[in-house]
Design a protein around this ligand. Structure first.
Ligand SMILES: C[S@@+](CC[C@H](N)C(=O)[O-])C[C@H]1O[C@@H](n2cnc3c(N)ncnc32)[C@H](O)[C@@H]1O
Length: 313
């Protein structure tokens, strides 16, 4: 059964997520032999199963997407019910179809925006872009800055559940960056010569950072809210992006593009307040050429944690 909770996203914005997911799927199939990405999947699946040890009942997989780094089959065998959540329903359906028939029935899919603001944001950005044609870019830009300052992430409409296990694999930093990617797409489409602005304007970068911090912190609070007492959560994230370039056969740090931290300190503080840490692991994976780009890529640093909900909350 498929439950449509928030059907009011424009197709355009959902396509931003779907296109990205299709690209990941194609690259993963095409470059199977790329060891770093393969190892990321191995580490991730192992850690998720580790966190699930001894648990039964209901599990929620946030950002199920292609399910590349999720041991979905084993989780479906172990738990009575799996609830897959993503803004991109089509990709989740494809992932669900890859399971054997009897396990498929245990997986329920819900279309949900985990930030609670994608629909509002995309509708307003689109409306501003149409109201302020190309010569009025500065007005558009001012409106966008005001919009982002006033956006507050909202807990999506999923009641506190009896979930004993919740996984959030590589979505924490993507929640905000995907929204920013959509904004870039709109600027590209309506004001093609102004793309540099969003990458170089310190004012907007600082507004976006605050916004990312709020979205990420809210995500941690949501997981805590949805989890049963003593339930466990697996939360992994790309915490650092180190741009690289390929010269000949070797990879080097890309000096033109600085490394950036993708998770704020507040997120860690919130996690430690709400959960007890059971296990932590770090690993790297290289999103390297020719995966997405002919010369450039990134070395992504992943931080993954298994948490237990504090009994006192
Ligand atoms: C990098 S993928 C995670 C990898 C995924 N676990 C896999 O194994 O393929 C991030 C997923 O989060 C979803 N996502 C990003 N922002 C979202 C949001 N605001 N609400 C719901 N899902 C979102 C994307 O559609 C995508 O499927």
């Amino acid at each position: 059964m498929i439950t449509q909770i928030e059907p009011n996203f424009s197709e355009d914005v959902v396509n931003t997520y779907k296109t990205h997911n299709d690209l990941i799927k194609t690259s993963t199939e095409k470059y199977k032999e790329i060891t770093e990405y393969y190892m990321h999947q191995v580490y991730s699946k192992r850690m998720i199963l580790n966190g699930a040890e001894g648990l039964k009942g209901r599990a929620i997989v946030l950002g199920l997407g292609n399910g590349i780094d999720i041991p979905l089959k084993q989780l479906a065998e172990q738990f009575d019910k799996i609830i897959g959540i993503d803004i991109d329903l089509k990709t989740m359906e494809r992932t669900k179809m890859s399971l054997p028939g009897e396990l498929r029935n245990k997986v329920e899919l819900k279309t949900l925006d985990l930030t609670g603001i994608v629909a509002e944001f995309s509708q307003k950005v689109e409306a501003f872009a149409q109201k302020f044609p190309k010569p009025k870019f500065n007005e558009f830009y001012q409106k966008i800055a005001e919009l982002i300052i006033n956006l507050r992430p909202k807990r999506p409409d999923l009641p506190p559940s009896d979930a004993t296990y919740i996984t959030s694999s590589l979505i924490l930093s993507q929640l905000a960056s995907q929204i920013i990617l959509y904004l870039r797409d709109i600027i590209n489409k309506y004001y093609p010569d102004k793309c540099y602005k969003i990458n170089s304007d310190l004012n907007i970068l600082s507004i976006l950072k605050t916004f990312a911090d709020e979205v990420q912190t809210q995500h941690i609070e949501n997981i805590h809210y949805w989890l049963k007492k003593k339930g466990r959560a697996y939360i992994s994230t790309t915490y650092m992006d180190e741009p690289i370039v390929k010269l000949g056969d070797k990879f080097f740090k890309d000096k033109e593009n600085p490394s950036c931290i993708m998770i704020t300190q507040n997120v860690h503080i919130r996690e430690r307040k709400l959960f007890k840490i059971i296990k932590t692991e770090f690993w790297d994976w290289m999103d390297r050429p020719p995966l997405f780009n002919m010369q450039k890529g990134s070395n992504f640093k992943v931080l993954s944690n298994i948490f237990e909900k504090n009994i006192s909350d």
